[in-house]
Ligand binder design. Structure first.
Ligand code: ADP
Ligand code: MG
Ligand code: MG
Length: 206
């Protein structure tokens, strides 16, 4: 995948986030402050506006991540921004990213989110979508799948991971203030992470 492919991902993710902003905001209204869809819509729009023309994949992701950090409010802005910037740094200056390289970038994104937010799996956060996505990606890669297959496996695992947050009690972020009342609702950040990875699978499968 080249820089234009990664830019297509950011544009497609922005479209999916925008189309689903109301739903994400409703999820956040149940266990947070009801702004997640709005925050992310604003951030991804800014990322689309900041996409450089004819740049290598790493530079595309770093530009998108910077824009998201600067334009997105809430906890999710710095977390998403860090994820994209770390992924971009992992890709370096290469003009093309292969399946192994994208796996390394995805893992770097997860590490960035965890360094910043200190959440582990089971805390009912975006980590509960991203961590299984990385594991599924690495398993698919080890099985010999190409980039599109690995990304599809990651997106499927992220969707399942988001579903699995419903019975969890939140231990990080705003939802943790609710204690046991956070149980029974899907985590908005895990749901948006699944959406953004679905966007990557759509673009990689074209
Ligand atoms: P805010 O809670 O500041 O309003 P958002 O509503 O945009 O921010 O984002 C909330 C989401 O951020 C949560 O659903 C969760 O997935 C994610 N989140 C919050 N805190 C953390 C954390 N420490 N680590 C990982 N993800 C987190
Ligand atoms: Mg919120
Ligand atoms: Mg908020």
């Amino acid at each position: 995948m080249n820089g234009e492919g990664l830019a297509s991902w950011i544009r497609h993710a922005a479209d999916l986030v925008s189309a689903d902003a109301e739903r994400l905001t409703r999820l956040d209204a149940a266990i947070g402050d009801g702004d997640h869809g709005h925050n992310l819509d604003r951030g991804f729009r800014a990322a689309v506006g900041a996409l450089p023309g004819d740049a290598p994949p790493g530079k595309v992701l770093i530009a998108a991540g910077r824009a998201i950090v600067s334009k997105t409010g809430g906890a999710s802005g710095p977390l998403y921004g860090t994820a994209l910037r770390r992924a971009g740094k992992a890709l370096g200056d290469a003009r093309d990213v292969d399946a192994a390289g994208l796996g390394t970038a995805l893992k770097a994104a997860l590490d960035g989110v965890q360094d910043l937010g200190k959440a582990v799996e089971g805390d009912k956060t975006m980590v509960d979508a991203l961590a299984p996505a990385v594991a599924a990606y690495e398993a698919a890669l080890a099985d010999g799948s190409g980039l599109a297959g690995c990304v599809r496996a990651a997106a499927d695992a992220a969707a399942k991971g988001a579903d699995d947050t419903v019975p969890m009690q939140a231990r990080k972020g705003r939802a943790s203030y609710l204690g046991p009342r956070s149980v029974g609702h899907m985590d908005p950040g895990a749901s948006s992470t699944a959406l953004v990875l679905r966007a990557l699978a759509d673009v990689a499968g074209e």
